[in-house]
Design a protein around this ligand. Sequence first.
Ligand SMILES: CC(C)(COP(=O)(O)OP(=O)(O)OC[C@H]1O[C@@H](n2cnc3c(N)ncnc32)[C@H](O)[C@@H]1OP(=O)(O)O)[C@@H](O)C(=O)NCCC(=O)NCCS
Length: 178
Amino acid sequence: MKKYRLKDGKIMIVREGNGKDADRVLQYIKRVACESDNLTFGEGEFNTTLEEEVRFIEECRKSKNSLFLIAEYRGEIISCLTFSGGNRSRIKHYGEFGITVLKKYWGLGVGKTLINCLIKWAKDSGIIRKINLKVKADNTKAIALYTKLGFVKEGAISRFFYHKGEFHDVYVMGLEID
Ligand SMILES: CC(C)(COP(=O)(O)OP(=O)(O)OC[C@H]1O[C@@H](n2cnc3c(N)ncnc32)[C@H](O)[C@@H]1OP(=O)(O)O)[C@@H](O)C(=O)NCCC(=O)NCCS
């Protein structure tokens, strides 16, 4: 567990999740689902059960090449980051992550801090050599953040999203860990 000062002076806690967090994580995900169109799910579309979520978080905790990070402010979950490493020997050094921040905490440095924690964890892991992500091509704020942290655009996938009658492309961005 580590403490970080946000741009407005609030002190947030960043720690690895465990199975006991699953219920609160699901409540948190239901909230962020309603706050942007940038995720693969919207309101009411994240249907993971409590048992599945407990299993997922615990698997991340036990795995050497996966990570489930939680940021809290005064006991409230304000951000989650999940990184899933490959499950076969040829791809165990590779993984993808996703991140969300509760809307009222946007712009305070939460996202940047969690991704920096991920990069540090990856460097210390001795396993991870590549971090990738997919980001909606119009999510300029997230792209600016990833670019600032060293991620580069490696390609694009057309029609990745289908939402409100329209297709949306994503960029694939990556960071090599050496
Ligand atoms: C994208 C998201 C994770 C960013 O998290 P955040 O905590 O708001 O980001 P931060 O406060 O750490 O800001 C990071 C940087 O982006 C920059 N930034 C912020 N708003 C920006 C904007 N509108 N345009 C360009 N850059 C912007 C800031 O300059 C900041 O860098 P700095 O601290 O060096 O000044 C968060 O807004 C979010 O959860 N959005 C909805 C879900 C989502 O899009 N997830 C990503 C899916 S790929």
